[in-house]
Design a protein around this ligand. Structure first.
Ligand code: PGA
Length: 241
């Protein structure tokens, strides 16, 4: 069985660089990606040996007058290999599909591996699975327009299915429904782009529920927020992969 990928999205945590180093050392395992805040990237990159460095965002230009933004070259220069794009917390702050598309295209074209986050709000999900699939399909279409070429390696693009109502709330989609949507995403990308992607699930993952998602053939790993900041919890999640 192929090992599943576990991504730690630290969001705006922890508070200090020494805490970040301690946390990174505690989960330095194969098939783990750590996405710290930019300010800790270099320090984390230096202490991890097996885990791989990720970032939580990227800008779509190389360099220049873009106050507060971070370029792929800067990320690469500290060893970043993966970048999370389109997280719902950024979408909620105004990041549009157009912006996400620019970031995804740019990052892929420059050799970074992209973890593109998609997922519906609770009002959509309440209308049923078909509505959730339709919503996700339209996000994928807009976010990936022009981003996938025949040159792209299969490992370069990962989709993280994260229903917004499940993020940080303690609520989960059922593993059965999450794998249905993961399977749907895979089929869709094969149909639209002849491209095979890995699909992760994310949203209130903890050591108790991780295994029930990871047994699914269509779920290739997990994107973990809150639980990735708790050493014991996160290590149990890694073990279940
Ligand atoms: P959570 O966050 O695990 O805290 O729900 C997941 C995410 O936002 O990627």
């Amino acid at each position: 069985m192929v090992k599943k990928l576990i991504i730690a999205n630290w969001k705006m945590n922890p508070r200090t660089v020494s805490e970040a180093i301690r946390l990174a050392k505690s989960c330095d395992k194969n098939e783990v990606v750590i996405a710290p805040p930019f300010v800790f990237s270099e320090a984390v990159g230096k202490v991890i040996k097996k885990a791989v460095l990720g970032a939580q965002d990227i800008f779509w230009e190389d360099k220049g007058p873009y106050t507060g933004e971070v370029s792929y070259r800067q990320l690469e220069s500290v060893g970043t290999k993966y970048v999370i794009i389109g997280h719902s917390e950024r979408r909620a702050m105004g990041e549009t599909d157009e912006i996400i598309n620019k970031k995804a295209k740019f990052a892929l074209a420059h050799g970074l591996r992209v973890i593109l986050c998609v997922g519906e709000k609770s009002d959509v999900r309440r209308r049923g699975m078909a509505a959730a699939k339709k919503f996700v399909a339209s996000q994928l279409e807009r976010d990936l327009q022009g981003a996938i070429s025949s040159k792209l390696k299969v490992s370069s693009l990962i989709i993280a299915y994260e229903p917004i109502w499940a993020i940080g709330t303690g609520k989960n989609e059922t593993p059965k429904n999450a794998s249905k949507i993961a399977g749907f995403i895979k089929e869709l990308l094969v149909k639209s782009y002849k491209f095979k992607v890995r699909v992760l699930y994310g949203g209130s993952i903890n050591s108790e529920n991780a295994g029930s998602f990871l047994v699914s053939r269509d779920i290739d790993g997990l994107l973990v927020g809150g639980a990735s900041l708790k050493t014991g919890e996160f290590n149990k999640i890694i073990k279940s992969a």
